[in-house]
Design a protein around this ligand. Structure first.
Ligand SMILES: [Zn+2]
Length: 388
């Protein structure tokens, strides 16, 4: 079955060969989908016939968002912690460890239902590709279980046994790193595409991160890193040195870090939901873009530091607070995310791409930043199937 989407007022292709600028913008355009793939893109007046058709009524169509950083396998929430933080009160409970305890206590069915629920929430806001990390199990059994559940929903699964040191190893962090790079990795590798480390003071240092990432790479997992979120540190340099697909957060960067990202193949993935939800200073996207670094935007959806599933929200914050233009933010949330996952089949609308399409109730993609907080998603196709 083929489908013609016609009368598109403004089309973001992310293919500069098809239209204007880096977004490859076309006006008065049409797209033809054949099965799960984009078959044709061009001026509405020249569109070939198809089995069915949809009238976009002059509205904007863009690629489905690619959310390349989320932590969806968890149970419970941390309402009290957030409320205390936003009320200027100290909070005594254990942060990530609260979620670890709830996640370990949850059944497979409960964890699976949570992942299903948050992915559906994302889809309703135009997100069609999602990376999902483990990291709230912190034992061999619970990390492997988290990844097995995630792998039932997405091919972009990330082993994050090195999120924080597991509670049983509070006095033996070196022993925990050995576990993460050994037995736990062995159990998790069959369900994971990526390996990640939270490289930060209070989590894992550069040497520990290197040990985990190189052990993961030896098992066929590709590296990505939580880097330079709370302070300056070795994460970004390590990411670039190891050829990681992405260095995520990038909030505290030296000039040398920025230059390394600009010169390397590692994408700088910015997660403004985390700074928003912790009242922290935002990363400087303008500095990275002006230096020539590739930038992605993602939600970091997790119950502790960024409990948003909304790419439109992150995009609006990035424009308002991080110096991005609306075009740059839309690019980072679609093509940028695809690059951060080393995917060429998503994040663009051009022949051969997967038919992941997001129709807005708006005449332009700029409305995603211009009308913050407004539900603008009119329709979503995932692999050519209408989902919203
Ligand atoms: Zn994260």
């Amino acid at each position: 079955m083929s489908l013609l989407i016609g009368n598109i007022g403004s089309l973001v292709t992310n293919d500069p060969a098809l239209g204007d600028g880096p977004l490859g913008l076309l006006s008065d355009a049409a797209v033809v989908v054949d099965g799960d793939t984009v078959a044709w893109v061009g001026p509405a007046g020249k569109a070939p016939a198809a089995d069915g058709s949809v009238d976009a009524a002059g509205r904007a169509l863009l690629p489905g968002f690619v959310d390349s950083h989320s932590h969806l396998v968890f149970a419970g929430d941390r309402t009290a912690e957030f409320n205390a933080r936003m009320s200027g009160r100290a909070y005594e409970a254990g942060g990530i460890r609260t979620t670890v305890a709830a996640t370990r206590a949850a059944s497979d069915a409960e964890l699976n239902a949570n992942v299903t629920r948050y992915l559906a929430e994302m889809l309703r806001q135009g997100t069609t590709t999602v990376e999902v990390k483990s990291g709230y199990g912190l034992s061999t059994v619970d990390e492997a279980r988290s990844l097995r559940i995630a792998a039932g929903h997405t091919q972009e699964t990330t082993y994050l046994g090195a999120h924080v040191v597991g509670p049983e190893f509070a006095d033996d962090p070196a022993g925990y790193v050995d576990l993460v790079a050994g037995e736990m990795l062995e159990a998790c590798a069959p369900y994971a595409r990526w390996v990640d480390v939270f490289c930060e003071r209070g989590a894992f240092d550069g040497d520990q991160a290197r040990a985990v990432l190189t052990a993961g790479a030896a098992k066929g997992l590709q590296p990505r890193i939580h880097a330079n979120q709370l302070s300056h540190g070795p994460g970004v340099q390590l990411a670039v040195e190891l050829g990681a697909a992405s260095a995520d957060h990038c909030t505290h960067l030296t000039d040398r870090d920025v230059a390394a990202l600009a010169d390397g193949t590692t994408v700088a993935t910015l997660l403004p939901g985390a700074e928003f939800s912790t009242r922290a200073p935002y990363p400087d996207a303008r500095r990275l873009l002006d230096a020539g670094a590739r930038v992605a935007l993602s939600t970091d959806c997790n119950p502790g530091s960024s409990f948003t599933s909304s790419m439109p929200f992150c995009l609006a914050v990035a424009v308002r607070e991080m110096g991005m233009t609306p075009d740059e933010a839309v690019h980072a949330a679609t093509a940028g995310g695809a690059l951060a996952l080393r995917r060429t089949d998503v994040g663009r609308i051009s022949p051969g791409a997967r038919a992941d399409l997001h129709l807005l109730d708006a005449p332009s993609h700029v409305h995603l930043a211009y009308r913050p907080g407004v539900p603008l998603t009119a329709a979503v196709w995932q692999g050519g199937v209408r989902k919203v």
